[in-house]
Design a protein around this ligand. Structure first.
Ligand code: ZN
Length: 462
């Protein structure tokens, strides 16, 4: 990736984390435009699922073979085809060494322009907190959710698993009739019954990287409020006027926590969410840009939270001190909501976005929550450890992937990312920082901001 090697003086300090997937080779020849993904979970006692994907692409030149990310150790492509106009060349698929990519070879090349790659595949529900995973290690599941950052979407479905390869997503999910599905976008219509399963179809997302795409399956209690922008500026960074009364929802699984804790979680999340949206809008001067935002408390998660577009996940532990869990969830809500602009609206490398978002969190959390917590890294590494060490809890199975992920995304990484931003803001002043950040967020909406540009435009010293 172009953003990994080149960096200015402020970035030099932060360690390098593999933000991009192994697939940076392809998008110069072709790029993904839209993922129409359908997943089917036949029963809560099954640990596999069936998937189909229609991937719309744009070829820049003639292309005869395509490489995509897909974790073939636990997934299997059953059928693949390519279509361009009426042309349907014979397609063959094989996995590449390493088990993380597949190659599709066509008998005839696809011409420059639009085409569709179709896949039918099977996947496995994981237990290590990565990709698509369940919250229990028992064979039957009550709660499924996703963790796709930085490149674990390809553990769930074939894609270009790269933060700079944005595309829109259309999701449909079939689940047993007592289950519900939530995803980053609003439901298109009420769920319908299909082959004795309940089918949930969601609206098309804006162009996002696969790592920010998310969904959760389970039985949930939901509280809903609405939110209207407090920005003077009423233009959406995506163009057009912003909407009012944007739904904000807090959710918790009824199969986890006790009744009081569930009520407390919902109360705290919905208030923290509304306050955080207003505070971030004021800090950034840019209206919230999504059609809705959901905040889901998860009992099992590798990190403290995850900023998926439109559906943030917050780790609220089931055991331990509830008041501590709730107050750290509040600051995590603020953190993940700030990411909806920094990292989500505009893509950035991990060290840049984490530095900026921790800085925003630190500036706003005291005012919002009177938080005594010092934003030194968000205990992410600590939480990773506690999850992997508690084998007796039976929540998570360690895997090599998980170990590598936790090693890279450690406390030191977060501290250094924050320090780089703080050092720069100390010199330039907060007003200048805010102005620069807002200008870049508007200009780079729905695209990726390379590190050298982030340094030049946001963190450069006067
Ligand atoms: Zn973050």
């Amino acid at each position: 990736m172009s953003n990994r090697k080149k960096k200015g003086q402020m970035m030099e300090e932060a360690p390098v984390v593999t933000q991009q997937g192994p697939s940076s080779h392809e998008p110069s020849r072709w790029k993904p435009l839209q993922y129409a993904l359908s997943l089917s979970f036949d029963s809560t006692s099954s640990n596999t699922y069936n998937g189909s994907l229609s991937l719309s692409i744009e070829c820049v030149e003639e292309v005869k073979s395509f490489v995509l990310d897909f974790y073939t150790i636990e997934g299997k492509i059953i059928e693949v085809s390519a279509i361009q106009n009426k042309l349907k060349p014979t397609a063959k698929c094989h996995e590449l060494p390493g088990g993380r990519q597949i190659q599709i070879n066509l008998q005839e090349a696809i011409k420059p322009g639009r085409a569709v790659l179709n896949f039918r595949f099977r996947g496995t529900i994981r237990t290590d907190g990565l990709g698509l995973y369940k919250s229990q290690s028992t064979s039957a599941w009550t709660l499924l959710c996703t963790h796709f950052e930085p490149n674990f979407a390809s553990l769930c479905f074939p894609c270009i698993d790269d933060a700079s390869a944005r595309a829109s997503f259309i999701l449909s999910i079939q689940v047993p009739p007592d289950m519900t599905v939530h995803a980053g976008m609003p439901l298109k219509h009420s769920p319908s019954t299909k082959n004795e399963l309940l089918s949930f179809e969601f609206e098309e997302s804006p162009r996002i990287p696969p790592y920010l795409f998310a969904f959760a399956v389970g039985r949930f209690i939901v509280v809903e409020a609405t939110f209207s922008s407090v920005c003077e500026n009423t233009l959406s960074p995506l163009g057009g006027e912003i909407s009012t009364n944007i739904p904000i929802r807090a959710m918790v699984s009824i199969d986890h926590y006790n009744e009081k804790m569930r009520r407390d979680i919902l109360d705290r999340l919905i208030i923290a969410g509304s306050q955080s949206l207003h505070a971030c809008e004021k800090f950034l001067g840019i209206p919230f840009w999504l059609p809705k935002i959901d905040l889901l408390a998860l009992p099992v998660m590798l990190l403290a939270g995850m900023e998926n577009v439109g559906l943030c996940f917050l780790h609220v532990k089931e055991e331990g001190d509830p008041s501590e869990a709730l107050s750290s969830a509040e600051t995590d809500v603020l953190h993940e909501i700030a990411h909806q602009w920094v990292g989500n609206l505009v893509g950035m490398s991990l060290r840049v976005k984490e530095g900026i978002v921790q800085y925003i969190e630190k500036q706003l959390s005291e005012k919002l929550f009177g938080s005594q917590k010092k934003s030194s890294g968000r205990k992410k590494a600590g939480q990773v450890k506690s999850m992997t060490n508690k084998k007796t809890q039976g929540n998570s199975t360690e895997s090599q992937l998980q170990r590598d992920f936790c090693k890279e995304l450690n406390e030191e990484f977060y501290q250094k990312s924050l320090k780089a931003v703080e050092t720069a803001v100390d010199v330039m002043g907060e007003k200048t920082f805010q102005t620069r950040l807002a200008s870049v967020l508007n200009e780079y909406a729905l695209s990726y901001l390379p590190d050298e540009v982030a340094h030049e435009r946001i963190l450069r010293l006067p």
